[in-house]
Design a protein around this ligand. Structure first.
Ligand code: F6P
Length: 362
């Protein structure tokens, strides 16, 4: 049987195993054997770490969180790409990958990753290697695809947290601040905020102020609602004149420690006559199994990636452009992150529900 390879790179997310299974099953039916490389791109170079994946040994992984192949967003391929950084792989590393392709007799490699990992896939493609991409991230911030798998699962987790915070907040007449992930984008906060009935949503794309939050809390109290749910995206910039570069540093720090939620809680406390608590949801959003939506999306993307390899459409990335599963060039997809348009219909719907974005618009 001819061979294709697959690897999962960058931060994990629910649905990776569904893609792996989708690839292995459809490749098998098309007469291909699949090799799974372990630990992201690291598995491609000495000491090469890979194993044969079969419909039998990938059976039952559809619903499993994480990735059976392992992943890394560190290491020799330096997948820690900030939005301002440019990648350039050292030639010896590219040569080592080429050697692995030859030794393993691989017809193509499917790289499942986010913006940083797909940039690496693009470099390998430009060096003449036959790769195709599959987009993944809980942040939903990749261009050219309406949704990435992992996002729906993360939103589900954040929504569940808001549902739980709702009951305790209302019992104690408290303000609850929930900090969610999303890196430089506010998609998780926006969608979970709407789904979980938050009162205030703070995202990096819409400048907000403490006065804006306080106005909403007071407004609610005047209406007899003595509790308020605030959901804040980890990348939500500090309100006063923060530059994109500072925001990048702040977001990386956030990844380690959390922080914007606690900072908001601390700053609000002396200004409101109410108790306040903060919860950082963190990696709970990335753990656990995928939702039904993510299972279906991931399966479709995996099957389509195999089709791209068979059609020798290298350098392309599968994508979801409802109602179609389609493909674009990886070059089109990486580089520019997709952020929440402040004038989007989703933001407008939230505002129509009376949700405040901490700005002066209601
Ligand atoms: O990109 C996914 C994401 O979970 C972001 O939301 C978050 O900022 C970051 O990865 C956390 O990364 P790490 O795996 O380094 O903790």
């Amino acid at each position: 049987r001819p061979r294709i390879g697959i690897l999962t790179a960058g931060g994990d997310c629910p649905g990776l195993n569904a893609v792996i299974r989708g690839v292995v099953k459809s490749a098998y039916r098309m007469g291909f054997e699949t090799l799974g490389f372990e630990g992201g791109f690291e598995g491609l170079v000495a000491p090469v770490r890979c194993r044969q994946l079969t419909p039998q040994n990938t059976s039952g992984i559809l619903t499993l969180g994480g990735t059976i192949l392992g992943s890394t967003n560190r290491g020799r391929f330096g997948v820690t790409v900030g939005i301002d950084q440019k990648l350039s792989l050292p030639q010896p590393l590219i040569d080592a990958v080429r050697q692995t392709f030859q030794e393993m007799g691989m017809q193509g490699l499917i790289c499942v990753g986010g913006d940083g990992s797909l940039s690496i896939a693009l470099e390998l493609h430009r060096a003449g290697l036959p790769v195709v991409g599959v987009p993944k991230t809980i942040d939903n911030d990749l261009s050219c695809t309406a949704f990435t798998f992992g996002f729906d699962s993360a939103v589900n987790c954040a929504t569940d947290a808001l549902d739980r915070l709702h009951t305790t907040a209302s019992s104690h007449d408290r303000v609850m601040v929930l900090e969610v992930m999303g890196r430089h984008a506010g998609w998780i906060a926006l969608h979970a905020g709407i789904a979980g009935g938050a009162d205030v949503i703070l995202i990096p794309e819409i400048p907000w102020t403490y006065e804006g939050i306080i106005a909403k809390i007071e407004d609610r109290r005047r209406m007899g609602k003595n509790f308020t749910l605030v959901v804040v995206a980890e990348g939500a910039a500090l309100p006063e004149g923060v530059t994109v570069a500072q925001e990048t540093i702040q977001t990386d720090r956030q990844t380690l420690l959390g922080g914007i939620g606690a900072e908001i809680a601390e700053r609000l406390l002396p200004q409101i006559d109410q108790e306040i608590r903060c919860v950082v949801l963190g990696h709970l959003q990335r753990g656990g199994g995928p939702t039904n939506f993510d299972r279906v999306l991931a399966t479709q993307l995996g099957a389509h990636a195999v089709r791209l390899i068979i059609q020798r459409r290298f350098g392309e990335m599968v994508c979801y452009q409802p109602p179609q599963i389609d493909s674009v060039t990886i070059a089109e997809a990486v580089g520019e992150l997709r952020r929440v348009p402040p004038d989007s219909s989703t933001v407008a719907a939230a505002r129509a529900m009376g949700i405040s974005f901490g700005d002066s618009l209601e």
